[in-house]
Design a protein around this ligand. Sequence first.
Ligand code: ADP
Ligand code: ZN
Length: 438
Amino acid sequence: MSSTERMWNAEFEMMPRDQLQKLQLQRLKQTVERAYYKVPFFRKAFDQKGVKPEDIKSLDDVSKLPFTIKNDFRDNYPFGLLAEPIENVVRIHASSGTTGKPIVGAYNRNDLDVWAEVMARSITGSGASAGDVLQNAYGYGLFTGGLGFHLGGERMGATVIPISGGLSKRQIMMMEDLGSTTLCCTPSYALALAETMQEGQVSRDRFKLQRGIFGAEPWSEAMRKEIEERWQIDAFNIYGLTELIGPGVSCECSQKVGMHIWEDHFLAEIIDPVTGEPLGYGQEGELVFTSLTKEALPVIRYRTRDRTVLNVEPCACGRTHVRMERIRGRTDDMLIIRGVNIFPSQIESVILTLPDLEPQYFIVVDREKSNLDNLEVRVEATERLWIRGEEARQAIAGRIRREVQQIVGISIDVKIVEPKSIQRSEGKAKRVFDLREL
Ligand code: ADP
Ligand code: ZN
């Protein structure tokens, strides 16, 4: 362990794995009982699978339990999955959801305490401590990002600025005036803010910013590099979802080699997304979570649709908790173009490593021409490229086409668009517009 590694709760973060697993099993049994006896939905699902709480004798037995999916949250909207009377609930959040009813998260006092704890661990993992000033530019409101960071920041004694997303010029002014050291927002907004700083010709040395904790949307390693260079900071990845608790399910440490999942609170599995069979460490699949300490809304084997790999090798930071790799794609983000699976992040990685392009892009898919799927990427040129004219732009578009073809094996269209013509995101960026009527 590096002697400078800060931890919020070293006793739990460095707990030897055998002890951690004992704790997980004990908590799993409690959660399963709670779900079975207090939530009719879970009881019915258990009964259909012929499994009873007593059948959980080891951690592996979790695979006997039924899965929960996003639609189960929707079907039981708003309070059907609660394991406690609504009077005990002290906080509600909800995720936007693109279609249908939102997903509701509910917390009793103890759940908020758990959330504060895992967020305090996550923020501390990035090297921040009580003396730090946290500029919290995640959206406040029903979205879990704003209040999740708020809770964790206060718990660890940092100075929290609840600025929320948007009003970028004011963000930059306050970042300077209040001496923010830690920026919390989506990676796409971190880039938008860097632009605002550059446009205002505010010199970087006027800021005390040292790090950023970015998440809530997929981003690539190339994007990390871009943000780190533009801001001259360390950028850390954080992950979470409303169904489970919000941000703080996992976060990177100083090593930046995957996000430690706080396993004393969340039991992670990787499954084959097609067969549902459990996969081992090191194998790519869909991430599934069972909550271990949540009371108001216990979650059994929730299928996140997020694809990643788990790594249980010891980490140089000293934490024993398993690490998940950067999310490789969300099954609902995956595009099937002429039968080939493609993730927006694959295209992002190409764009961000080529010169003269801004890290601003979106993808349009349609099916106009002769019933064939057509994927077009629109990427913003830098000023420098734009003034070099059409030929230079065509050349770079050609390079993107060739590299994407090599990586995913399909041909795409590329359009280089004028600087500042793509709308900047203040929260989760929308990168894909699928116009096919499927
Ligand atoms: P919604 O489902 O409406 O986006 P949430 O705010 O609950 O609502 O989003 C959770 C999802 O956001 C995760 O399941 C995952 O797909 C994505 N996500 C969160 N953090 C990250 C991250 N660091 N990297 C990639 N994807 C992330
Ligand atoms: Zn680590």
